[in-house]
Design a protein. Structure first.
Length: 436
């Protein structure tokens, strides 16, 4: 896969160099020319008739991380390529059609993603206020942090709210709109119908569809240069910009913990027909930016509906059982991400391109929820600090340092299945990023 990555870059570079020698000839009707290049924004190619444009973007993040407890009784460390992504964004301007293809060559090690393919969609805009998408893309009913690309974060990793409740991507039909109400008030509604099975579900779709809705309110006009898609205030807004978002989704027949990995948790009725619970999510988020300061607040709540007719469960080895500890509904709930989560973070970017960020995250599991799992969770409160040094235009090239202090709930276990006797976990991360 890495060989393919380098081959694509080499081929495009060679082609662009050859074509650029004739870019001054505006009367040419054939050929591809370099339109522009901005660090962090990639290389944009255009056709000779200027109807077609293609942007090539890429970034790589290399990290070192360690994790321990206050007594250093448990300690682990690792180096890895955290993300290595290649993105093609294209458009045909006369028909108002755009498309995106995004690949992640480190995707197999990314706990928020599933495989190499991330985005693969085509969009059409019939007018200036409406756009429709068809294909696989990010979901509109995830928390605000997931609308921000991984190379535009103020922290090395996303918050625990994202890890717990985010379904990330899915395949379906999406609608995005935008309207102006008055001089400074803007409204952006969004709707979608998706499979509900998560990204890269290439075989069978289970259950029914997932229905999503979101509305974003811009209380003092839009952010400068799409500032809502960056965690830091890179544009240093001259007046306070505020965005408030509300969203809801219902996944009719979910076959995993939160709608990300289809087919991993299955149930049957008495006739051995597949019967699955529903998963509902509601959330509110807020973003504020002003003169280098940025604030992001998010709240998410997830519930489920369990059909009374469920009679069997499918074990991981494919065998069938009618035994449900604590009853059918409580057993099923104990295997899903249920409850609520709250995340608030703030950051400040200096004029000399140094940034500091603070974050507080709290999870409130439902009475029966996988969030109580002692090995992977039983960790509900997080205190985080991050430092960044931006080395180029925007944050195309940067280094980051992040520390996380985590409260351990009673009975929390390490990866050997041993109960941790300490009260806190400490995680440290260091990142170097380069963006094309």
């Amino acid at each position: 896969m890495r060989t393919l990555f380098y081959a694509i870059l080499a081929a495009l570079g060679t082609s662009a160099a050859a074509q650029d020698t004739t870019a001054v000839n505006r009367d040419q009707t054939e050929g591809v020319f370099i339109d522009n290049y901005l660090s962090g924004k990639g290389i944009t190619f255009r056709s000779a008739d200027e109807d077609h444009r293609l942007n090539l973007g890429a970034y790589v993040q290399s990290t070192y991380e360690f994790e321990t407890t206050e007594s250093f009784s448990d300690y682990s460390k690792r180096f890895r390529i955290r993300r290595a992504r290649l993105t093609f964004n294209g458009s045909h301007e006369p028909s108002n059609i755009s498309y995106r293809l995004r690949l992640d060559f480190a995707g197999q090690s990314d706990e928020l993603n599933n495989g190499v393919l991330q985005d693969a969609w085509v969009s059409w805009s019939p007018n200036a206020t409406t756009r429709f998408y068809f294909g696989q893309r990010r979901l509109i009913s995830d928390n605000r942090e997931l609308t921000i690309a991984s190379d535009q974060l103020a922290f090395i990793e996303r918050s625990r709210v994202t890890l717990v409740f985010g379904a990330i991507r899915d395949f379906g039909i999406y609608y995005d709109g935008r309207f102006a109400l008055g001089e400074n008030f803007r409204v952006k509604p969004a709707l979608s119908i998706v499979t509900g099975d998560g990204q890269n579900t290439m075989f069978r779709n289970r259950g029914g569809f997932k229905y999503e809705g979101r509305i974003d309110l811009f209380l003092n006009g839009y952010f400068i240069k799409g500032g809502q898609f960056y965690e830091l205030d890179l544009a240093r807004e001259r007046v306070p910009k505020i965005m408030l978002g509300v969203y809801y989704s219902t996944n009719q027949g979910i076959s995993d913990r939160r709608g990300r990995e289809s087919g991993t948790i299955l149930y049957l009725d008495e006739q051995m027909a597949e019967l699955l619970p529903d998963y509902n999510k509601i959330g509110v988020d807020l973003m504020l930016k002003y003169k280098g300061f940025s604030v992001l607040g998010e709240w998410v709540n997830a519930t489920n509906n369990v059909p009374a007719e469920i009679f069997y469960r499918v074990r991981t080895d494919g065998s069938i059982s009618s035994v449900f500890d604590n009853g059918v509904e409580n057993y099923i709930s104990g295997r899903q991400m249920l409850g609520s989560g709250f995340n608030v973070q703030m950051s400040y970017l200096t004029r000399s391109n140094y940034a500091v960020a603070l974050r507080y995250t709290n999870l409130n599991p439902a009475e029966f929820s996988f969030l109580d799992n002692p090995l992977f969770f039983a960790r509900n409160t997080y205190y985080e600090m991050a430092f960044s040094r931006l080395l180029s235009r925007g944050d195309a090239i940067k280094i980051q340092l992040q520390f996380i202090l985590t409260d351990l709930e009673e009975g929390a276990e390490n990866f050997e299945g041993e109960v941790i006797q300490d009260q806190y976990e400490l995680t440290g991360r260091f990142l170097v990023q380069f963006s094309l």
